[in-house]
Ligand binder design. Structure first.
Ligand code: XIL
Length: 316
Protein backbone atom coordinates (compact mmCIF):
# COMPACT_ATOMS: atom_id res chain seq x y z
CA UNK A 1 0.00 0.00 0.00
CA UNK A 2 1.05 3.59 -0.54
CA UNK A 3 2.99 5.36 2.20
CA UNK A 4 1.39 8.47 3.62
CA UNK A 5 4.11 11.09 2.97
CA UNK A 6 4.42 9.76 -0.58
CA UNK A 7 0.72 10.22 -1.27
CA UNK A 8 0.53 13.59 0.51
CA UNK A 9 3.43 14.90 -1.56
CA UNK A 10 1.98 13.54 -4.80
CA UNK A 11 -1.26 15.34 -3.92
CA UNK A 12 0.58 18.66 -3.67
CA UNK A 13 0.79 18.91 0.12
CA UNK A 14 4.06 19.64 1.92
CA UNK A 15 3.80 16.86 4.45
CA UNK A 16 2.00 14.12 6.30
CA UNK A 17 3.51 14.06 9.77
CA UNK A 18 3.21 12.84 13.33
CA UNK A 19 3.85 13.88 16.88
CA UNK A 20 6.45 11.87 18.69
CA UNK A 21 8.04 12.02 22.12
CA UNK A 22 11.52 11.41 23.46
CA UNK A 23 10.51 8.50 25.68
CA UNK A 24 9.17 6.65 22.63
CA UNK A 25 12.46 6.71 20.76
CA UNK A 26 13.95 3.76 22.66
CA UNK A 27 11.21 1.51 21.24
CA UNK A 28 12.93 0.11 18.17
CA UNK A 29 9.75 -1.38 16.68
CA UNK A 30 8.27 2.14 16.94
CA UNK A 31 11.26 3.92 15.45
CA UNK A 32 11.44 1.42 12.58
CA UNK A 33 8.15 2.90 11.33
CA UNK A 34 8.71 6.49 12.53
CA UNK A 35 12.04 6.82 10.72
CA UNK A 36 10.54 6.10 7.29
CA UNK A 37 10.38 9.45 5.53
CA UNK A 38 8.11 8.06 2.84
CA UNK A 39 5.58 7.53 5.65
CA UNK A 40 6.19 10.72 7.67
CA UNK A 41 7.55 13.91 6.14
CA UNK A 42 7.25 15.93 9.34
CA UNK A 43 7.45 15.48 13.11
CA UNK A 44 6.32 17.54 16.11
CA UNK A 45 7.68 17.04 19.64
CA UNK A 46 4.68 16.24 21.84
CA UNK A 47 6.30 17.71 24.96
CA UNK A 48 9.99 18.52 24.79
CA UNK A 49 9.77 22.07 23.40
CA UNK A 50 7.11 23.19 25.87
CA UNK A 51 7.86 25.85 28.47
CA UNK A 52 8.21 23.47 31.44
CA UNK A 53 10.74 21.43 29.45
CA UNK A 54 12.74 24.32 28.00
CA UNK A 55 12.83 26.95 30.77
CA UNK A 56 12.07 25.11 34.03
CA UNK A 57 13.82 27.84 35.99
CA UNK A 58 13.70 31.46 34.91
CA UNK A 59 16.54 32.19 32.51
CA UNK A 60 17.89 28.62 32.54
CA UNK A 61 17.16 26.83 29.28
CA UNK A 62 17.38 23.10 28.61
CA UNK A 63 17.20 21.90 25.05
CA UNK A 64 18.30 18.28 25.28
CA UNK A 65 14.84 16.81 24.59
CA UNK A 66 14.01 19.27 21.82
CA UNK A 67 17.45 18.82 20.27
CA UNK A 68 16.91 15.06 20.11
CA UNK A 69 13.68 15.51 18.14
CA UNK A 70 15.22 18.21 15.93
CA UNK A 71 18.19 16.04 15.08
CA UNK A 72 15.88 13.10 14.34
CA UNK A 73 14.01 15.29 11.86
CA UNK A 74 17.27 16.34 10.26
CA UNK A 75 18.69 12.82 10.07
CA UNK A 76 15.48 11.53 8.53
CA UNK A 77 14.98 14.47 6.17
CA UNK A 78 11.68 15.48 7.79
CA UNK A 79 10.21 18.91 8.43
CA UNK A 80 9.92 19.98 12.07
CA UNK A 81 7.05 21.84 13.71
CA UNK A 82 8.04 23.71 16.87
CA UNK A 83 5.47 23.29 19.64
CA UNK A 84 5.09 25.66 21.42
CA UNK A 85 6.18 29.07 22.74
CA UNK A 86 3.28 30.45 24.80
CA UNK A 87 0.54 28.24 26.28
CA UNK A 88 -1.38 28.28 29.56
CA UNK A 89 -0.61 24.59 30.18
CA UNK A 90 2.62 22.79 31.08
CA UNK A 91 4.05 26.00 32.46
CA UNK A 92 6.66 25.91 35.20
CA UNK A 93 5.39 27.22 38.53
CA UNK A 94 7.71 30.22 38.40
CA UNK A 95 5.58 31.51 35.52
CA UNK A 96 2.12 30.64 36.89
CA UNK A 97 2.77 31.78 40.43
CA UNK A 98 5.13 34.65 39.77
CA UNK A 99 4.20 38.20 40.72
CA UNK A 100 4.16 39.98 37.40
CA UNK A 101 3.50 43.37 35.96
CA UNK A 102 2.69 43.95 32.31
CA UNK A 103 6.28 44.96 31.72
CA UNK A 104 8.01 42.14 33.63
CA UNK A 105 5.85 39.41 32.07
CA UNK A 106 6.31 40.94 28.61
CA UNK A 107 10.07 40.64 29.08
CA UNK A 108 9.65 37.01 30.20
CA UNK A 109 7.61 36.15 27.09
CA UNK A 110 10.06 37.92 24.82
CA UNK A 111 13.04 36.17 26.37
CA UNK A 112 11.36 32.75 26.27
CA UNK A 113 10.15 32.99 22.65
CA UNK A 114 13.30 34.62 21.43
CA UNK A 115 15.60 32.08 23.12
CA UNK A 116 13.80 28.92 22.05
CA UNK A 117 13.08 30.08 18.50
CA UNK A 118 16.69 31.26 18.11
CA UNK A 119 18.00 27.96 19.42
CA UNK A 120 16.15 26.00 16.71
CA UNK A 121 16.64 28.64 14.02
CA UNK A 122 16.98 27.11 10.58
CA UNK A 123 15.63 23.75 11.77
CA UNK A 124 11.93 24.54 12.10
CA UNK A 125 9.38 24.77 9.31
CA UNK A 126 6.69 26.28 11.52
CA UNK A 127 6.24 27.29 15.15
CA UNK A 128 3.06 27.20 17.20
CA UNK A 129 3.94 30.54 18.78
CA UNK A 130 0.66 30.84 20.65
CA UNK A 131 -1.31 27.75 21.64
CA UNK A 132 -4.95 27.64 22.73
CA UNK A 133 -5.65 31.32 23.49
CA UNK A 134 -9.45 30.97 23.59
CA UNK A 135 -12.15 29.36 25.69
CA UNK A 136 -14.77 27.32 23.84
CA UNK A 137 -17.26 30.21 23.92
CA UNK A 138 -14.79 32.44 22.08
CA UNK A 139 -13.77 34.54 25.08
CA UNK A 140 -10.11 34.87 25.91
CA UNK A 141 -8.67 32.22 28.19
CA UNK A 142 -7.91 34.03 31.44
CA UNK A 143 -4.43 32.64 31.95
CA UNK A 144 -1.46 34.45 33.47
CA UNK A 145 -0.60 36.01 30.10
CA UNK A 146 -4.04 37.44 29.35
CA UNK A 147 -4.71 38.43 32.93
CA UNK A 148 -1.46 40.36 33.17
CA UNK A 149 -0.99 41.78 29.67
CA UNK A 150 -4.31 41.43 27.86
CA UNK A 151 -4.54 40.25 24.29
CA UNK A 152 -1.36 42.06 23.26
CA UNK A 153 0.64 39.13 24.65
CA UNK A 154 -0.08 37.53 21.26
CA UNK A 155 1.71 40.12 19.07
CA UNK A 156 4.47 40.33 21.68
CA UNK A 157 5.17 36.61 21.24
CA UNK A 158 4.83 36.70 17.44
CA UNK A 159 7.19 39.66 17.07
CA UNK A 160 9.81 38.01 19.27
CA UNK A 161 9.57 34.79 17.25
CA UNK A 162 9.85 36.58 13.90
CA UNK A 163 13.00 38.41 14.97
CA UNK A 164 14.52 35.16 16.27
CA UNK A 165 13.93 33.13 13.09
CA UNK A 166 12.66 35.17 10.13
CA UNK A 167 12.29 32.01 8.01
CA UNK A 168 10.03 30.02 10.33
CA UNK A 169 6.31 30.13 9.62
CA UNK A 170 4.56 31.51 12.69
CA UNK A 171 1.25 29.95 13.73
CA UNK A 172 -1.50 30.33 16.27
CA UNK A 173 -2.89 26.89 17.13
CA UNK A 174 -6.14 25.87 18.82
CA UNK A 175 -8.86 23.21 19.13
CA UNK A 176 -12.62 23.46 18.65
CA UNK A 177 -12.05 26.02 15.90
CA UNK A 178 -12.19 23.38 13.14
CA UNK A 179 -15.82 23.96 12.25
CA UNK A 180 -17.71 27.26 12.34
CA UNK A 181 -18.86 28.57 15.72
CA UNK A 182 -18.09 31.13 18.38
CA UNK A 183 -14.53 29.94 18.95
CA UNK A 184 -13.69 29.83 15.22
CA UNK A 185 -15.13 33.34 14.87
CA UNK A 186 -12.98 34.57 17.74
CA UNK A 187 -9.89 33.12 16.06
CA UNK A 188 -10.88 34.58 12.69
CA UNK A 189 -11.38 38.00 14.28
CA UNK A 190 -8.02 37.77 16.06
CA UNK A 191 -6.00 36.79 12.99
CA UNK A 192 -7.82 39.36 10.83
CA UNK A 193 -6.88 42.05 13.29
CA UNK A 194 -3.27 40.86 13.56
CA UNK A 195 -2.92 40.88 9.77
CA UNK A 196 -4.41 44.37 9.58
CA UNK A 197 -1.81 45.57 12.08
CA UNK A 198 1.02 43.86 10.16
CA UNK A 199 1.84 41.61 13.08
CA UNK A 200 3.97 38.70 11.80
CA UNK A 201 1.69 35.69 11.38
CA UNK A 202 1.78 33.02 8.68
CA UNK A 203 -0.66 30.33 9.64
CA UNK A 204 -3.40 28.91 11.78
CA UNK A 205 -3.19 25.41 13.24
CA UNK A 206 -6.39 23.41 13.62
CA UNK A 207 -5.65 20.70 16.17
CA UNK A 208 -8.47 18.31 15.17
CA UNK A 209 -8.78 16.17 18.32
CA UNK A 210 -12.03 14.59 17.17
CA UNK A 211 -14.52 11.93 18.28
CA UNK A 212 -15.62 9.10 15.94
CA UNK A 213 -18.97 9.95 14.36
CA UNK A 214 -18.94 13.48 15.74
CA UNK A 215 -16.88 15.51 13.31
CA UNK A 216 -17.82 19.17 12.97
CA UNK A 217 -19.62 20.02 9.75
CA UNK A 218 -18.18 22.50 7.30
CA UNK A 219 -14.46 22.00 7.90
CA UNK A 220 -13.26 23.08 4.45
CA UNK A 221 -15.51 26.15 4.24
CA UNK A 222 -14.37 27.27 7.68
CA UNK A 223 -10.67 26.74 6.87
CA UNK A 224 -11.08 28.67 3.62
CA UNK A 225 -12.16 31.75 5.60
CA UNK A 226 -8.68 31.75 7.14
CA UNK A 227 -6.68 31.06 3.99
CA UNK A 228 -8.67 33.84 2.25
CA UNK A 229 -6.77 36.23 4.54
CA UNK A 230 -3.49 35.15 2.94
CA UNK A 231 -2.62 32.76 5.76
CA UNK A 232 -1.69 29.12 5.37
CA UNK A 233 -3.21 26.50 7.63
CA UNK A 234 -2.44 23.01 8.83
CA UNK A 235 -4.10 20.14 10.64
CA UNK A 236 -1.69 20.00 13.57
CA UNK A 237 -2.80 17.33 16.07
CA UNK A 238 -5.24 14.98 14.39
CA UNK A 239 -6.67 12.02 16.25
CA UNK A 240 -10.19 10.58 16.28
CA UNK A 241 -11.08 8.80 19.50
CA UNK A 242 -13.84 6.39 20.41
CA UNK A 243 -15.36 4.95 23.55
CA UNK A 244 -13.51 1.67 24.16
CA UNK A 245 -13.63 -1.13 23.27
CA UNK A 246 -13.20 -0.56 19.55
CA UNK A 247 -15.52 -2.53 17.27
CA UNK A 248 -15.43 -3.12 13.51
CA UNK A 249 -18.26 -0.61 13.13
CA UNK A 250 -16.40 2.06 15.10
CA UNK A 251 -13.21 1.41 13.13
CA UNK A 252 -15.16 1.74 9.88
CA UNK A 253 -16.67 5.05 11.00
CA UNK A 254 -13.19 6.18 12.08
CA UNK A 255 -11.91 5.44 8.58
CA UNK A 256 -14.72 7.61 7.15
CA UNK A 257 -13.87 10.38 9.60
CA UNK A 258 -10.13 10.36 8.80
CA UNK A 259 -11.11 10.48 5.12
CA UNK A 260 -13.29 13.54 5.78
CA UNK A 261 -10.43 15.43 7.42
CA UNK A 262 -7.89 14.65 4.68
CA UNK A 263 -10.48 15.51 2.00
CA UNK A 264 -11.11 18.87 3.68
CA UNK A 265 -7.37 19.59 3.61
CA UNK A 266 -7.30 18.57 -0.04
CA UNK A 267 -10.06 21.00 -0.93
CA UNK A 268 -8.30 23.97 0.71
CA UNK A 269 -5.26 25.05 -1.30
CA UNK A 270 -3.68 26.75 1.71
CA UNK A 271 -3.78 23.56 3.81
CA UNK A 272 -0.07 22.69 3.78
CA UNK A 273 -0.13 19.40 5.67
CA UNK A 274 -1.61 17.08 8.24
CA UNK A 275 0.00 15.91 11.50
CA UNK A 276 -1.43 13.07 13.58
CA UNK A 277 -0.96 13.31 17.35
CA UNK A 278 1.12 10.20 17.27
CA UNK A 279 0.52 7.48 14.75
CA UNK A 280 0.05 4.52 17.10
CA UNK A 281 -2.49 3.88 19.85
CA UNK A 282 0.44 2.62 21.93
CA UNK A 283 1.59 6.20 22.56
CA UNK A 284 -1.60 8.21 22.15
CA UNK A 285 -2.32 10.84 24.81
CA UNK A 286 -6.06 10.05 24.61
CA UNK A 287 -6.61 7.22 27.14
CA UNK A 288 -4.85 9.10 29.93
CA UNK A 289 -6.76 12.31 29.21
CA UNK A 290 -10.26 11.11 28.24
CA UNK A 291 -11.33 8.34 30.57
CA UNK A 292 -12.69 5.26 28.77
CA UNK A 293 -11.71 6.54 25.34
CA UNK A 294 -8.89 5.63 22.98
CA UNK A 295 -8.00 3.83 19.76
CA UNK A 296 -7.70 7.29 18.18
CA UNK A 297 -4.70 6.76 15.88
CA UNK A 298 -4.31 5.20 12.40
CA UNK A 299 -2.17 2.33 13.73
CA UNK A 300 -3.19 0.14 16.68
CA UNK A 301 -1.12 -0.49 19.81
CA UNK A 302 0.71 -3.35 18.08
CA UNK A 303 1.68 -1.10 15.16
CA UNK A 304 -0.84 -2.76 12.85
CA UNK A 305 -2.52 -0.40 10.39
CA UNK A 306 -6.22 0.18 11.06
CA UNK A 307 -8.89 0.92 8.43
CA UNK A 308 -8.18 4.62 9.11
CA UNK A 309 -4.80 4.18 7.42
CA UNK A 310 -6.42 3.32 4.11
CA UNK A 311 -8.87 6.17 4.60
CA UNK A 312 -5.95 8.62 4.86
CA UNK A 313 -4.00 7.08 1.98
CA UNK A 314 -7.06 7.13 -0.25
CA UNK A 315 -8.10 10.70 0.49
CA UNK A 316 -4.89 12.54 -0.47
C1 XIL B 1 -0.29 16.57 25.13
C2 XIL B 1 0.80 15.51 25.06
O1 XIL B 1 0.55 14.65 23.98
C3 XIL B 1 0.82 14.72 26.35
O2 XIL B 1 1.92 13.81 26.38
C4 XIL B 1 0.92 15.66 27.56
O3 XIL B 1 0.84 14.92 28.75
C5 XIL B 1 -0.17 16.71 27.51
O4 XIL B 1 -0.11 17.40 26.26
N1 XIL B 1 -3.14 20.07 22.70
C6 XIL B 1 -1.81 20.40 22.53
C7 XIL B 1 -0.74 19.42 22.86
O5 XIL B 1 -1.51 21.48 21.98
O6 XIL B 1 0.43 20.04 23.33
C8 XIL B 1 -1.22 18.39 23.85
O7 XIL B 1 -0.21 17.40 23.98
C9 XIL B 1 -2.54 17.80 23.42
C10 XIL B 1 -3.60 18.87 23.33
Amino acid sequence: TAKLQTVAKAAGKLYFGTATDNSELTDTAYTAILDDNTMFGQITPANSMKWDATEPTQGTFTFSGGDQIASLAKTNGMLLRGHNCVWYNQLPSWVTSGTWTNSTLTAVIQNHCSTIVSHFKGQVYSWDVVNEPFNDDGTWRTDVFFNTIGESYVPIALNAARTADPNAKLYINDYNIEGPGAKATAMLNLVTSLKQQNVPLDGVGFQCHFIVGELPQGLAANWARFTALGLEMAVTELDIRMTLPSTPALLAQQKTDYTTVISACMSVAGCVGVTVWDWTDKYSWVPSTFSGQGAACPWDQNFVRKPAYDGIAGAF
